[in-house]
Write a protein that binds this ligand. Sequence first.
Ligand code: AMP
Ligand code: MG
Length: 316
Amino acid sequence: MIPYRTQNLPATPTGIAQAADLLRQGLLVAFPTETVYGLGGDARNGQAVAAIYAAKGRPSFNPLIAHVASAEAAQRFVEWTDEAERLARAFWPGPLSLVLPLRAGHGVSSLVTAGLDTLAVRVPAHPAARALLEAVDGPVAAPSANPSGRISPTTADHVRAGLDGRISAILDDGPCGVGLESTIVGLTGQPALLRPGGVALDRIEAVLGKKLHHHSAGDPLTAPGQLQSHYAPDAPLRLNAAAPEGDEILLGFGPVECDMNLSRDGNLSEAAANLFACLHRLDQTARPIAVSPIPDHGLGAAINDRLRRAAAPRDT
Ligand code: AMP
Ligand code: MG
């Protein structure tokens, strides 16, 4: 990874404008929200989103929340519904994320959605975050700004302690509030609680005038990490393939003879950025898929994790 000199930017108009410029260039900027500091990257730029995973050292690809400046901005990327409108009016800006179907022409990298056809969107309430998002004028993907497996950061110092030299800048606006993550509500069918968080369930139910679907206590699906939906191709997938066999179509990595290549240069960021789009395209061929070996270091670990899940036997 290229070492950065991680700048500290004050949350002044100049600092915010500089942070927005860095994001538009595809670089990473940590910024405060009312929950925790987020590690922001341009959600339309696959390489920027891959860089988020690399900087965090995340061993798997989970869908990320796209942060936007307003409900109007959110509607450029997702299919808006009546229920979305009511929840947005009641709780935005604030710690509520809404999962909605992606809209045609959305332009969001499939690494943000982990290949799903839905997107989680949120308008954060923190003034510096809102000013930054307005200046960027685009969706910013932002998981918490800590190395994977470490505690979420609530100050710029926490961010620096974990990510110094791995990101371009930290927009510093002092400590953030609670550190409780956003509540995530799915609105792709019956409204469902996907993750409890900063906005209480009963307040959401009061606004919708109905109960949210959710898994009852003790249900194994409530365990963190298991609520995530994942895109899996229909076709069988064979990993660590030296060459295709039979009718297989080869998804290559590096300088190999193949039908489609994640990265001819063997660049793991590029491969991560291409991963879900390649799987979708290969799936449309209805042929079994073979995948070249991917080195298991850096982003390769996350790519391999995702491929292993896609290759695992399924119930349906
Ligand atoms: P974090 O960025 O750590 O706050 O976590 C984001 C969470 O949002 C992930 O754990 C996902 O489970 C959830 N999420 C994001 N996008 C989607 C989506 N399209 N469908 C379902 N869950 C999502
Ligand atoms: Mg986190």
